[in-house]
Design a protein around this ligand. Structure first.
Ligand SMILES: O=C(O)CCC(=O)C(=O)O
Ligand SMILES: [Fe+2]
Length: 367
């Protein structure tokens, strides 16, 4: 969430999705209706939950398991990162009451009257505050989602006037939650480094004071879930993302695996972790970010609370030398996360297109 200069972007009128729903339109407004190829049609969605479920990693076995348990779990972590780019983590060490509290204040925020939420507006072309991010033109399709996002760490990325005073305890819960999630990211990065045969501190040492942002996505029920998307397909610009799904909400997150959209079944008390574009670059493509999207439900609403964790904006990074070897060419260039973040937040969500920014043209590279 790099601070982006305000540019005069003409995004046209963006309907607030909760207000739209209250008005009960007989037809979904055209700006939300996806072209046929983009609709969440059943043909491209896996229905077989039996074997198509993302792996579950037990963090307690990595932190304090026996040597055998550690080995089994670290191999599972490696397979999860390499083959799925996604996993769910259980026994993650974050107090379940805190997960309940952030969900509660998040929901309460979205239930506030529109005028109250609009005290924290997301200006066109920016990504913090209440509104819809990643909208850059009048003819761009809109997601069936209201968002509220905050830069959290380091402090200079915070925009204090966007931190809500209502609901009571919102801001202090975000603080406490973010502290715990930061610790979790640090632990996970240590084990991810080990799963690659690297020193445990590799990422923490490279990252400097890591950038952390939180985004809450609220998806109201939609009368025509077959026509709209809750969130457009994208990969995250982060190194790691931690996603919490509201308890009892509909299944909304889908990930693209072998050209099929696989739904992520919420696992009780687990957090969903995914590899972001930055990790793909640092591992020279060994752990790749994976395209994902959110779909909506006819009856149920859904809240997701998403934390993005990334290196400091000003440190130049590139593929880790130990992961560029043999005849494996270096596939990505060096740049700072600030540069990437600026590129990411000034483009619409479009699958993995944003990562083209980082790729080295292989023909050029080998000549
Ligand atoms: O709501 C979800 O499950 C997906 C959210 C997401 O991918 C994001 O905020 O980057
Ligand atoms: Fe995402």
């Amino acid at each position: 969430m790099a601070p982006v200069p305000l540019s005069p972007v003409n995004v046209g009128h963006i309907d607030d999705v909760q207000e739209l729903r209250k008005a009960k339109p007989t037809k979904i407004p055209e700006r939300f209706v996806r072209d046929e190829t983009e609709r969440p049609s059943l043909s491209t969605t896996s229905l077989s939950s039996a074997y198509e479920t993302i792996p579950v990693v037990d963090l307690s076995k990595l932190v304090k398991g026996s040597q055998d348990e550690f080995q089994t779990e670290i191999s599972k972590l490696a397979v999860s990162c390499e083959e799925w780019g996604f996993f769910q983590v259980v026994n993650h060490g974050i107090d379940l009451d805190l997960l309940g509290s952030i969900e509660k204040v998040g929901k309460e925020f979205f239930m506030l009257p529109l005028e109250e939420k609009q005290k924290y507006p997301m200006a066109p072309g920016t990504v913090q505050g209440y509104g819809q991010a990643f909208v850059f033109s009048e003819d761009q399709k809109l997601d069936w989602c209201n968002m509220f996002a905050l830069g959290v760490e380091p402090h200079f990325i915070r925009v204090p006037k966007l931190w809500p005073t209502k609901p009571h305890k919102f801001s202090e819960t975000v603080e406490e939650y973010s502290r715990e999630v930061r610790r979790l990211c640090q632990k996970l990065l240590g084990f991810i480094a080990m799963s690659l045969g690297l020193n445990k501190d590799t990422f923490e040492e490279m990252f400097g004071v890591a950038v952390q942002a939180v985004r809450m996505n609220y998806y109201p029920p939609c009368p025509r879930p077959d026509l709209v998307l809750g969130l457009s397909p994208h990969s995250d610009g982060s190194a790691l993302t931690v996603l919490q799904q509201g308890k009892g909400s509909s299944v909304g997150l889908q990930i693209l695996k072998d050209n099929t959209w696989v739904p992520v079944q919420p696992h009780p008390n687990a957090l969903v972790i995914n590899i972001g574009d930055t990790m793909e670059v640092l591992t020279n493509g060994r752990y790749q970010s994976v395209e994902h999207r959110a779909v909506t439900d006819k009856e149920k609403d859904r809240l997701s609370i998403v934390t993005f964790y990334a290196p400091s904006y000003d440190i130049e990074l590139g593929p880790i030398p130990q992961l560029v070897y043999g005849d494996l060419p270096c596939k990505y260039k060096r740049y700072s996360h600030g540069e990437y973040s600026k590129h990411y937040v000034t483009n619409k969500l479009q699958g993995k297109k944003t990562l083209e920014f980082a790729k080295i043209n292989q023909t050029q590279n080998s000549s």
